[in-house]
Write a protein that binds this ligand. Structure first.
Ligand code: GDP
Ligand code: MN
Length: 378
């Protein structure tokens, strides 16, 4: 899970990494809380905001209001801006790049730094790879001061103690928070020492069970900032954490994984039908997820038929069939349902479906054909 800049900076603050003073703004009414001059920064989950016009220096109170108004109507790379960080402007002497991450080649922690900061690091890596210095950290020995000291000397950083301190804190975050990447770009040299002007943290989703509270809080904050979903189905999908994209047709679909889902969409199209949505259960679904997915896609009033395509790999068909049966026990059969089921625990799943009057198909194309022809008649 990638954190928004303000969330990453909050974590930096907790670890004592110097950051600019700032406040979060989510509406034009909020704008009066920001003092001029300020730097307004779009809080979206993608990089390159500066280039895309998502970072703006505003000098007067009027410019603050206009800037907030403008930015809150913009999108960056398809992400609507629904929050801004308003920060004190910083006098920059030099911009560096610094990150601590897991090196894909060695699977060990690594420090990456460059005196060419403030620009896209992938670009530096392509065009001037010699400008990036890397040091692996031996997990058994841990981070020793000589590594960042050597790097600071090579980069020509004046505030050597500050640099050593910041690298140590980034490493602490990597380990203690189970991050896969902790990045500062740019790390800036100011009159008063080094400061993290930007912050990027990616947490390892597989470690969520060790940080349930933190993950839940971050996810909730990001959801709250999302522009209000339009339909009941979208709202429910958000609430239940179900992947759901509304479409124009009348065949509601649920697939157990993204690949099956895309294939199902193509087949619906080939047969001359129209999907009411795209919905996939992530390839590792259970009874509850199946139940939730059905509630989500059938909250769409345009749905006239429900098509469920399942290829049980990690997902167990007995559990999935139980989810379908539970849905029908609670809500009844709101629309005709066509199910394709195969794979793990298929026999048990089929028996469960049979008991509730659903005969699952084996052939995917025939399943889709059945759904499309049903959708024509209802
Ligand atoms: P990104 O483009 O999404 O990575 O956003 P950043 O937070 O890294 O900001 C991009 C650039 O804006 C930085 O590299 C700085 O050059 C500039 N910038 C951001 N905040 C300030 C500030 O307070 N003062 C000055 N002078 N420049 C800033
Ligand atoms: Mn940046």
């Amino acid at each position: 899970m990638r954190l928004l800049e303000f969330q990453a900076k909050q974590l930096f603050g907790e670890y004592g990494i110097p950051i600019p003073r700032g406040i979060l703004i989510t509406s034009v009414d909020d704008a009066s809380r920001a003092e001029a001059p300020a730097v307004l920064k779009a809080q979206v989950i993608v990089g390159g905001r500066g280039k895309a016009g998502g970072i703006r220096l505003v000098r007067t109170a009027e410019e603050v209001i206009n800037g907030v108004q403008d930015l809150l109507q913009m999108s960056i790379k398809g992400y609507p801006i629904s929050a801004l960080l308003a920060e004190e402007p910083i006098q920059i002497k030099h911009e560096y790049y610094l990150s601590v991450l897991y090196d894909k080649k060695t699977n060990a922690p690594m420090i990456m730094a460059s005196a060419a900061g403030g620009v896209d690091i992938e670009q530096v890596s392509r065009e001037n790879p010699e400008k990036i210095i890397r040091s692996n950290i031996d997990s058994f020995i841990g981070l020793q001061k000589y590594t960042p000291r050597y790097m600071a000397a090579k980069l020509g950083i004046g505030d050597m103690d500050g640099f050593i301190d910041i690298v140590g804190k980034l490493y602490d975050i990597l380990l203690e928070c189970d991050a896969t990447l902790v990045e500062i770009n740019p790390l800036v040299e100011t009159e008063h020492g080094l400061l993290a002007l930007d912050a990027k943290i990616v947490l390892d989703d597989r470690a969520e069970f060790r940080h349930e509270e933190r993950f839940a809080r971050i996810r909730q904050e990001q959801r709250d900032l999302n522009k209000k979903p339009k339909t009941e189905a979208e709202r429910l999908a958000n609430e239940r954490n179900i992947t759901y994209v509304p479409l124009e047709g009348n065949i509601a679909m649920i697939a157990d994984g993204a690949g099956t889902g895309m294939l199902t969409l193509d087949l619906i199209q080939d047969e001359g039908g129209g999907a009411a949505n795209f919905c996939e259960m992530g390839g590792l679904a259970n009874t509850q997820i199946m139940f939730d997915a059905m509630e989500v896609v059938l909250a769409n009033p345009k749905a006239k038929v429900l098509l469920i395509t399942l290829i049980g790999g990690l997902t167990r068909m007995d559990e999935i069939a139980e989810g379908i049966a539970q849905y029908i026990r609670v809500h009844g059969r709101m629309v005709p349902m066509v199910v394709r089921m195969c794979g793990t625990q298929e026999e048990v799943g089929r028996a469960t479906l049979h008991d509730i009057g659903i005969e699952p198909f084996e052939d995917l194309v025939k399943t889709v054909q059945a759904a499309v022809s049903l959708a024509r008649t209802v």
